[in-house]
Write a protein that binds this ligand. Structure first.
Ligand code: B12
Length: 278
């Protein structure tokens, strides 16, 4: 028999067997399904060249005091969810993993592949559209929500942003940082991240205590940092050297529009498509 959920005024829900679920649990499930379904239908709806695998979804408490560590780990001016939205209760984060063909196309050659560059453009557009859709759904239910753009929200001089999707997504349990700086999820690191803050209360996702990067787990692998065409990882990470190759790729692919991409540090690796520590 199908299970029906009935809404009662204090926003506690009962199914037809009398079990209770909180609004925070129900909305979380609803949002995850909405994101998965939207991304699955998108390539056909928009006739995109890029395909995506099933999104990874996570949530965090927007008022958690640990968020203050962003002021140290990223930078002092890093925003808090409450700076973005005064009524913020939750952070919604998702990772959109590229289809394996996108990462495969980017294995060879100094320049980024055309498929990788197009995936960058098409995924940024998808994130914009998906965010707008999530906000529309949340607003229709009486909540407030605000999205932060996928990229180009960074200071051109310092090459840093006041909203690090990676850090927020890590708080939402979506993945762990790798030696290549990338957030490594259960579906790897080849893909892009979106985040939204909202007044909707959501059950926070658990954060795994385990590393997802082989190097951080046991000192093995380390392949990613040898792949950088500009040797940006030689002494720590030099984001300016990294940006040089991104701009070279932008010139190389000028027919595509603004494509400051590279991605050599995320392909042909044990963590490209999966969590290699599992
Ligand atoms: C500015 C920027 C850049 C700059 C500087 C990158 C940098 N590493 O700082 C340039 C232009 C060089 C760049 C390059 C790239 N970028 Co970029 N970029 C951004 C942007 C707009 C802001 C990032 C930022 O503020 N960096 C400043 C630093 C201080 O913060 P951070 O990036 O979060 O970096 C932290 C981690 O590396 C972390 N870290 C590393 N190891 C560990 C370990 C632990 C334990 C912890 C806690 C943290 C940690 O510490 C750093 C500082 O705190 C974001 C979008 C956004 N608003 O978040 C995209 C973003 C980070 N870029 C992304 C991508 C994919 C790329 C490229 C692969 C290019 C491409 N698309 O082909 C390369 C990869 C570079 C790399 N290996 O880091 C993705 C990353 C997705 C992922 N799976 O992680 C993002 C999130 C865009 C998106 N919406 O998906 N980028």
């Amino acid at each position: 028999m199908a299970v029906k959920w009935l809404k009662v005024p204090i926003r506690v829900y009962y199914n037809n067997r009398g079990m209770q679920r909180t609004e925070a649990e129900i909305m979380k499930k609803e949002l995850e399904k909405l994101i998965i379904d939207y991304v699955a239908a998108y390539p056909e709806n928009k006739k995109t060249q890029t395909r995506w695998k099933r999104p990874i979804f996570g949530t965090a408490d927007a008022t958690h005091p640990q968020l203050l560590t962003l002021k140290k780990s990223v930078r002092q001016s890093h925003a808090l969810p409450l700076d973005i939205l005064g009524s913020a209760q939750s952070i919604i984060a998702y990772f959109l993993p590229f289809d394996e063909s996108v990462a495969k196309s980017n294995r060879e050659s100094y320049y980024a592949s055309k498929e990788w560059a197009s995936a960058y453009i098409e995924t940024n557009t998808l994130i914009g559209a998906l965010n707008a859709y999530i906000i529309e759904v949340l607003e229709s239910k009486g909540y407030e929500a605000k999205a932060i753009p996928a990229t180009h929200n960074f200071d051109e001089v310092t090459l840093m942003s006041d909203w690090s999707h990676r850090h927020l997504a890590a708080f939402a349990g979506i993945g762990k940082f790798g030696l290549n700086n990338m957030l490594i999820t259960e579906s790897g690191c080849a893909g892009r991240i979106g985040t939204i803050v909202s007044s909707v209360p959501l059950e926070p996702s658990p954060i795994s205590a385990q590393e997802n990067c082989l190097y951080y787990r046991d000192g093995s692998c380390g392949i990613c940092i040898k792949k950088c065409p500009k040797e940006a990882f030689n002494e720590g990470y030099d984001r300016f050297k990294c940006y040089e190759i991104l701009l070279e790729n932008d010139s190389y692919h000028k027919d595509l529009g603004l494509v400051d991409v590279c991605g050599k540090c995320c392909v042909a690796l044990p963590c490209t498509y999966k969590n290699p520590c599992k």
